[in-house]
Design a protein around this ligand. Structure first.
Ligand code: AMP
Length: 425
């Protein structure tokens, strides 16, 4: 069959059993957010375009190249969210969340949209799960936030992941570093890629983020940002490192880690996977401190810290680590004849109401034992319940183990309410 419709470039369907991994990621993350007292927030999938221009930054790759922007019917410019932080920060202000508590800890999950070049590990629609904490400049918040991520990795059994961390200073100390970097890069400017030549003019820090090998070869000897950050930023970074060590989180300081978004201050970090499943797109999660974004959006200066990870990439690494088998129902019910269909359907309903997964054959109902057994086998069911006219008359059904071939009889044992008590379970 030639397919008439396929999903748009850069998007994909997530289907069973991959959805088992997704569910595991989501449920484990929710458990951990709960432990750390982070509350869920849901924001719109589209926002006004200006929110991202002002927040994410007008010179960023996201804003200049990757946004899905469109006018609505009244000509207002809207954008499908390329990342979660601007929308959550807007909601923090719009919902006056700061009134409730001096520290507001939030988590979100949902699809993000970036018009990126199609390549492995990069999609145009992808899902992110993220956290944001507003109100504290305490370095322990940075570490608590990163700890959430590492507890998630641990609970998911993720292997070969490492943390890269850096401080990119603040509005007081970064300008001097930028000037220094610019000076350093000026001698090689003509050899940088076209994008980096623009970055050089607008924000030379971005050059450090360039994935182009032609640019990377010049970055080996760049001035070290740690020699430029002010006392306040330095103390903050020292404390972050101290607390990371206190809670046994290993890190590598990476002076070239600057992150591609405009709003970061002080701590920035990224986690990377060494798994071959990801190839060159090995970044699993990115985040950091953004002490100025709330005020850029017109609020009082409010320190904040957050991160987001891509669900697809994490799922890919987990899938490569372990086979995520299909999970068959615990029981499969085979019915032979009209009366048995009724008894089987009743039993099915009761098994499920007792939290026992079960399935019945709706396809080969009239097709006899052989076809139904074959179907049960195809689904991978091990325990098969067989009900025929004989079994009804005897008040017993057959319980067959598909692996050992062993068969037992079990009474239906319905009480006066018509409920079976499953003595065999
Ligand atoms: P960012 O929001 O750019 O800091 O990215 C945070 C994380 O989101 C990355 O580490 C990836 O795991 C994921 N991510 C970002 N962009 C994409 C994309 N185009 N496709 C899939 N995952 C992405």
């Amino acid at each position: 069959m030639e397919l008439k419709y396929i999903c748009p470039r850069g998007t994909r369907d997530v289907v069973y059993p991959e959805t088992e991994i997704w569910q595991k990621i989501f449920s484990t993350a929710k458990e951990i957010f709960n432990l750390y007292n982070y509350k869920e927030i849901l924001t719109p999938i589209f926002e006004t375009t200006e929110l991202f221009i002002k927040g994410t930054g007008e010179d960023t790759d996201i804003v200049t190249k990757e946004m899905y922007t469109f006018p609505d019917k009244k000509g207002r410019s809207l954008t499908l969210r390329p990342e979660g932080t601007p929308g959550v920060t807007r909601a923090f202000l719009e919902q006056k969340m700061y009134v409730e508590s001096p520290l507001v800890k939030l988590w979100y999950a949902g699809p993000m949209f970036r018009y990126e070049r199609k390549q492995a590990g990069r999609q145009r629609q992808f899902a992110q799960i993220g956290v944001e904490a507003f109100g504290s400049s305490d370095p322990r918040i940075d570490v608590e936030s990163i700890e959430i991520l590492f507890l998630l990795y641990e609970k998911l059994g993720l292997k070969d992941v490492f943390l890269g961390i850096n401080s990119i200073g603040c509005e007081n100390c970064r300008p001097e570093y930028k000037n220094n970097l610019k000076e350093f890069l000026s001698s090689v400017k003509s050899e940088l890629c076209v994008d980096c030549q623009t970055r050089f003019e607008r924000n030379p820090l971005r050059v450090l983020d360039c994935k182009n090998i032609s640019c990377q070869k010049f970055l080996g000897n760049i001035p070290n940002i740690q020699n430029f950050i002010c006392e306040d930023c330095k103390t903050h970074f020292d404390k972050v490192r101290h607390y990371l060590e206190l809670v046994d989180i290993k890190y590598e300081i990476n002076n070239r880690l600057v992150r591609g978004l405009d709003y970061y201050t002080k701590t920035v970090f990224e986690t990377f996977s060494r798994s071959s499943a990801l190839g060159s797109q090995n970044s699993l999660c990115g985040g950091g401190r953004y002490d100025n974004l709330v005020s850029v959006y017109g609020g009082d200066k409010t320190p904040a810290f957050g991160w987001a990870f891509g669900v697809e990439r994490l799922a890919m690494v987990l899938a490569a680590q372990k086979d995520w088998h299909k999970v068959p129902p615990e029981y499969f019910i085979i019915t032979l004849g009209a009366q048995a269909q009724e008894a089987g359907f009743k039993l099915l309903s009761q098994l499920r109401k007792n939290n026992i997964t079960a399935e019945i054959d709706y396809i080969h109902g009239a097709g006899g034992l052989k076809k139904q057994l074959k179907y049960a086998d195809k689904l991978g069911c091990i325990n098969v319940i067989i009900i025929g006219e004989d079994e009804i008359n005897k008040g017993q059904f057959v319980l067959k183990n598909m692996v050992t071939g062993e068969q037992k009889f079990h009474p239906f044992n319905f009480d006066e309410m018509g409920n079976n008590h499953f003595p065999f379970l």
